[in-house]
Design a binder for this molecule. Sequence first.
Ligand code: PBG
Length: 325
Amino acid sequence: MFPYKRNRRLRTNESIRSLVRETSLSPTDFMLPIFVAEGKDVKIEIPSMPGIYRQSLDNTIKEVREIWDLGIKAVNIYVKVDDTLKDNTGKEAWNANGLMQQTIRAIKDAVPEMIVMPDVALDPFSIYGHDGIVENGKIINDATVDALVRMSLSHAEAGADFVAPSDMMDGRIGAIRRGLEENNFQDVGIMSYSAKYASAFYGPFRDALDSAPGFGDKKTYQMDYANRLEAIREAQLDVAEGADIVMVKPGLCYLDIVREVKNAVEVPVAVYQVSGEYAMVKAASERGWLNHDAVMLEQLYAIKRAGASIISTYFAKEAAVLLNK
Ligand code: PBG
């Protein structure tokens, strides 16, 4: 029979397309990762991430106000500290007056409603550039977890809304949750980087923070990109341990994982579209090989369609400007 069912009817024009569109994208879906550096009036563009800067607190606050006005309601914070503050224990990470703690306080002061999610991991504070304490060339799990709890408590003390452990140690979500509860921070949430893969797409980020591992790689704690079921186990375990939000990272190469995790857990799923993904779009569009804005939106929609409630993305500002038009 000649088709009486014609799917093209619903694609006839933009009005009908917008009526039947299954996925929507708005600035409130985004979190912006920001890189904070010591000093005053510092704003250094990261060479492999055009448009993204490592900046001092004064400029950071300016940017936070600007993105709030665009409708972006959350930031992920990463700090770059001086090499002299790094050691194997990462103890600068829970310095009550450290750069991270100052940043959390300053943002909550300037824009109290902005959701502040500091990164919890030792790599920016480690002489080895690893996310944990090193002994005999190995990353020691349980001692690292103790350090991450101290770090999380210092973030909560400074006013963080959520802590966001990105380290992939075992048991850290449960330990951090217990620490928060026992210290009267029951309202501080945890966004867990649950399925974080050992990915080559983190390269530009490590340039930004000067945090590349000094020896070896991160494959004994971050996940093998060949694995799928392991991601579900990680996410379910994190939820059982008390995670409020679970994250899949990176984004585009892992959208199958995003959908499976989305179907397997009942907490919101976040996706981190990472530095290398951003760099690829910037590089190709600078050469005129891709249409920047079109590709950016297509990727963000794809991440949302796969099941993300929240997208952490370096495109947050540019995408918000476009979506607000
Ligand atoms: C480290 C951390 C990394 C990223 C976020 N937190 C890098 C790594 O694991 O080596 C990468 C984010 C990005 O590439 O944008 N705790």
